[in-house]
Ligand binder design. Structure first.
Ligand SMILES: [Zn+2]
Length: 68
């Protein structure tokens, strides 16, 4: 099962601070993850607590549309 595939289940996603709106992180998450699927099903976002450099504190971050 060590097959090379260009399009894996993991997709790059941006995380945006919901406080100041600054683009904070690029993360990868597995789109096959059922829990994430459920969470992203509604508005396409789910809050994640991440440190925002701009706010200099932990804020909830929202997932942006997948990056290219
Ligand atoms: Zn912020």
């Amino acid at each position: 099962m060590a097959k090379k595939s260009k399009k894996g289940p993991r997709q790059k996603t941006g995380l945006k601070c919901s406080d100041c709106g600054a683009f904070g992180y690029v993360t990868k998450f597995n789109k096959n993850n059922e829990q994430l699927k459920k969470q992203t099903d509604g508005e396409g976002t789910f809050p994640l607590n991440k440190y925002c450099k701009k706010c200099m504190k932990h804020t909830s971050h929202k997932v942006m549309k997948k990056l290219k």
